[in-house]
Write a protein that binds this ligand. Structure first.
Ligand code: ACO
Length: 343
């Protein structure tokens, strides 16, 4: 079984909507500035009762229902996240605890590139024959680490989760190629000081200290424009395809100008690029699977379509791949899924 078809997909978003107009009342900014520089109009922000676990579990349940699978039938759960609910317990174990079953469970840390990296990891287990079915999730609640007095970062991020089920098949479906890369020297351009096991002076001196995300926007922008298009082109080549074979680009949604640069490099018109940054902002590891789910729900992904996924994030890290869409008959339920069943 050399392939791992995507047979189910799901997404979950927090209820609360934070618009650019809301932000105008909180900080010195404007809808015009935010939209023209980033493409964002609004984003979703977790409330007290919403967590990384609750979002990831809701997305996973929807993906499982679409695939017609129960948690017992899943062999492996891989979660890409930078904002797990616990330091010690993996986010994938927390999700598994909610879903039930005894699937193997581990997390992937690649920030916004987390889902594409996790999909690559899960696919290796399935295509090598070690496991038959895996649940792959991208989830983040970065707004918990956003300083809402810092206008250069707080306008960018939102929260959410997306999930897919992948299953072994002999048909060429699922992830056909993978490109992973990192430039660790750039870690200082995007990080959360005082969040890790590296005990910061601030924690000793200021017990009330709250860690917030810090970013050198210009450097990250420069890096992203350089790497997104190159990684996407590399993924197409590694899949043995040419640009004309690409039916859809589903990029990480960090900035519309970065997305446009990647699309230009693949010579793709805007209608072949999935964009939802206007509604959700940058949801980190969740952005690619949420977009996959939306595109599938809108009927824009057809059996046999070649879909390029590409993402970049803190690390600095990047990940790309080409997915051949379709269940190839592995799970008929995906096409007959009744959305009302999970509501
Ligand atoms: N509202 C109004 N003005 C603002 C705002 C705001 N929200 N934010 C910054 N400005 C001001 C700045 O202070 C600056 O003013 P000055 O010239 O008087 O100093 C001016 O706008 C221009 O600021 P720049 O930083 O040059 O703006 P730029 O065009 O570079 O856009 C942005 C900034 C949107 C952050 C851009 O650099 C970007 O998108 N970078 C990439 C960020 C990114 O993708 N991060 C996510 C990585 S994924 C992950 O792993 C989490």
């Amino acid at each position: 079984m050399p392939y791992a078809a995507i047979t189910g997909w799901g997404q979950a978003l927090p209820e609360r909507v934070l618009t650019n107009v809301d932000l105008e009342k909180m900080i010195d900014t404007s809808d015009e500035w935010i939209f023209s520089r980033t493409g964002i109009r609004e984003r979703r922000v977790v409330g007290r009762d919403e967590t990384t676990t609750s979002l990831a579990t809701a997305a996973a349940r929807q993906a499982l229902a679409r695939a017609g699978r129960t948690p017992d039938e899943i062999d492996l759960i891989v979660v890409g996240t930078a904002t797990p609910d616990d330091f010690l317990v993996s986010q994938s174990c927390l999700v598994q605890g909610e879903l039930g079953g005894n699937a193997g469970a581990f997390d992937v840390g690649a920030a916004c590139a987390g889902f594409v990296t996790a999909l690559s990891a899960g696919t290796q287990f399935v295509t090598s024959g070690v496991y038959r079915r895996a649940l792959v999730i991208g989830v983040d609640t970065l707004t918990r680490y956003v300083d809402y007095t810092d206008r250069s970062t707080c306008v960018l991020f939102g929260d959410g989760a997306g999930a897919v089920v992948i299953e072994a098949t002999e048909e060429p479906r699922g992830l056909l190629s993978t490109v992973l890369g990192a430039d660790g020297a750039g870690h200082k351009h995007l990080f959360v000081p005082g969040w890790g096991a590296l005990v910061p002076e601030s924690a000793e001196l200021f017990p009330e200290y709250r860690p917030y995300l810090q970013m050198n926007g210009k450097e990250v922008f420069r890096f992203a424009v350089g790497v997104m298009g190159d990684a996407a082109v590399d993924a197409v080549k590694r899949a043995g395809l040419c640009f004309d074979d690409v039916d859809m680009l589903i990029p990480h949604q960090a900035n519309l100008r970065i997305i446009d640069a990647a699309a230009r490099q693949l010579e793709l018109p805007r209608e072949k690029v999935w964009v939802n940054i206007d509604r959700y902002g940058n949801t980190s590891a969740a952005s690619v699977p949420i977009a996959i789910c939306e595109a599938a729900e809108a009927g824009r992904l057809k059996e046999g379509d070649n879909v390029v996924l590409v993402a970049f994030g803190a690390g600095l890290a990047w990940a790309a791949g080409v997915v051949r869409w379709g269940t190839a008959g592995v799970a008929e339920r995906a096409d007959q899924y009744d959305e009302t069943a999970t509501r």
